[in-house]
Write a protein that binds this ligand. Structure first.
Ligand code: GLC
Length: 552
């Protein structure tokens, strides 16, 4: 058990300012909830979730206390990458419903005071998109240049050594014309050529289509891959590679990622969304170190995304108080002055939080996500503490797992059906769902946890409620106040209001010395009553306990 005197350390840290009230935008105050639509709610008994299913569950989401829903792709798609291979950027796949269903979903979302954010996939289309069908049909087709075609060369006959993120070459030879096309992901996901002004126009028109229907923003997929150099230089070997990692990591990617053109594209998107009222938001997906990621905010004169996703806590190799605090402080320091932070702890591409963290830390993670300064994004079913589901080989659907079986890269385990209740298929569907249901669903579900005041779901609700009703937690400044190895403690402040958050990252008791500070406990992550309400002097934290304290 270690003790740190907070009062001594307090003086040494500068507070990082909160948002100024007059300028606070809805997306700064919001918590975003990610829905993987195939797995949220099936309304028509085909084992796959759909838009009407989401509409049916809106009351749950409003009651949970989230503010904005981000829905992963529901566009028409051959589903080779489960919707991230789009064959029409301005429609809904019949599997998910119709445009009328979408209009109803957005109206019902807005009626409950929530916002709706769509996925938008600029880097590639499906190979079944009419644009690509035309493009591949002949060398002189007007849409030839809408995609990236090159002649093979060298000993292996490929245009370059560039690799697909999902493994194998990023080039596929097309027999029709004898040229190769470039695909950063599956061969069924050819990359669009954003250097072509007609592509830009068509893709921005697709964005406009959904803005006109009332969407509140976009999560912009894989933006880091939008451009690659025109010159096809081979990428260098990664000296730190070992084959426990995906093949893609065997190279460094100076010519295919993080190109200046990516920023031009985001600026063009921002320019478009800013023509609409309501502060529509852009959230960009790019796995980058903080200094590179910060560039996606753009500048006040040439803004880009309002929320470039911050994945540093999602990719943290070791979940400890020190590691988390270090990342948070690095992030705060790297942010440009006009930038608003955000945090993501899990998503549909990564193993579930509950399966990544040391035992007992799910509740600490909830507190980390919902008490730090910045917009949190919460992945569906994380509010239940749901773990990865083991997928038997015959049920595997994710192309990443199918391409490299047994290596542990597959994404199916974190994409399984939402756990609603103890009825068959956890209330998700009336038939066997597309991916297996968590075997423990009869105990681990929304209904059971709703009835249990100490459940993980009850904790999430309490945290969301506190964050919403408390400006210090929502938009206040952030200041770390200790350097203990077992506890991460910080103060959020708005005006006179100061909230202390102290998080014990270990399975042993810990003590934090509050010095002269005193306060009242607002919430324990353990959701019980076994703590002393008034705290002063040495504050005890139980194993894996986080406390939120209103300071006097
Ligand atoms: C993004 C998505 C991922 C998808 C890929 C290709 O990384 O999050 O699910 O497979 O882009 O679109």
């Amino acid at each position: 058990m270690r003790i740190t005197n907070i009062a001594v350390i307090l003086a040494g840290f500068l507070a990082i300012t909160g948002a100024s009230k007059a300028e606070v935008k809805w997306w700064q105050k919001s918590t975003v909830y990610q829905i993987y639509p195939r797995s949220f709610q099936d309304s028509n008994g085909d084992g796959v979730g759909d838009l009407n299913g989401i509409t049916e569950r809106l009351d749950y989401l409003a009651d949970l206390g989230v503010d904005a829903l981000w829905i992963s792709p529901f566009y028409p798609s051959p589903m080779k990458d489960f919707g991230y291979d789009i064959s029409d950027f301005s429609n809904v796949d019949p599997l998910f419903g119709t445009l009328a269903d979408f209009d109803r979903l957005i109206a019902e979302t807005h009626r409950r005071g929530m916002r709706l954010i769509m996925d938008y996939v600029p880097n590639h289309s499906s190979d079944e998109h009419p644009w690509f069908k035309e493009s591949r049909s002949s060398l002189d087709n007007p849409k030839r240049d809408w995609y990236i075609w090159r002649d093979g060369r060298g000993t292996n006959g490929l245009p370059s050594n560039w690799l697909s993120v999902f493994g194998g070459s990023a080039w596929t030879l097309d027999q029709v014309t004898g040229q190769h096309y470039y695909h950063q992901f599956l061969k069924e996901q050819p990359d669009l050529n954003w250097r072509n002004p007609e592509v830009q126009k068509a893709m921005l028109a697709a964005m406009k289509f959904w803005l006109d229907r009332g969407v509140d923003g976009f999560r912009v997929d894989a933006i880091n891959h939008a451009f690659e150099t025109e010159e096809l230089k081979d990428e260098p070997l990664n000296p730190n590679y070992d084959d426990s990692k995906p093949e893609y990591d065997s190279l460094l990617h100076p010519y295919t990622t993080d190109q200046a053109g990516n920023h031009d594209v985001v600026r063009a998107m921002r320019n478009l969304v800013d023509q609409y009222d309501g502060d529509r938001v852009l959230i960009t997906e790019a796995y980058l170190p903080y200094d590179r990621q910060a560039l996606y905010y753009g500048t006040p004169a040439a803004p880009e995304a309002q929320l470039p996703f911050n994945f540093q806590l999602l990719d943290l190799p070791k979940w400890t108080a020190e590691a988390v605090a270090t990342k948070v402080n690095e992030y705060e320091a790297a942010l440009p002055p006009h930038a608003w932070p955000n945090y993501v702890l899990s998503n549909h591409d990564k193993p579930r939080l509950a399966s990544r963290l040391p035992g007992g830390q799910v509740r600490i993670a909830a507190m980390v996500l919902l008490t730090l300064r910045g917009t949190p994004t919460l992945y569906y079913a994380d509010e239940l503490g749901a773990p990865n589901v083991v997928i038997p080989p015959e049920r595997v659907r994710d192309p990443v797992e199918l391409k490299a079986p047994g290596k542990g890269f597959g994404r199916d385990p974190s994409r399984t059906p939402m756990l609603w209740d103890a009825s068959a298929y956890s209330g998700f569907s009336t038939v066997e769902p597309w991916l297996p249901v968590e075997p423990n669903f009869r105990a681990l579900n929304v209904a059971t946890q709703t009835d249990d005041p100490s459940s993980v779901l009850s904790l999430y609700k309490a945290l969301l409620d506190l964050r919403r009703s408390n400006a210090a937690l929502n938009i206040g400044s952030y200041k770390q106040i200790n350097t203990q190895s077992d506890v991460f403690a910080f103060i959020r402040q708005d005006g006179e209001k100061r909230i202390l958050v102290a998080l014990n990252f270990t399975a042993a008791d810990a003590v934090v010395d509050l010095g002269a500070l005193r306060g009242t406990v607002l919430l324990t992550s353990l959701m019980d009553h076994s703590f002393c309400n008034l705290v002063a002097g040495k504050m005890n934290l139980r194993a894996n306990e986080g406390l939120i304290v209103e300071l006097r």
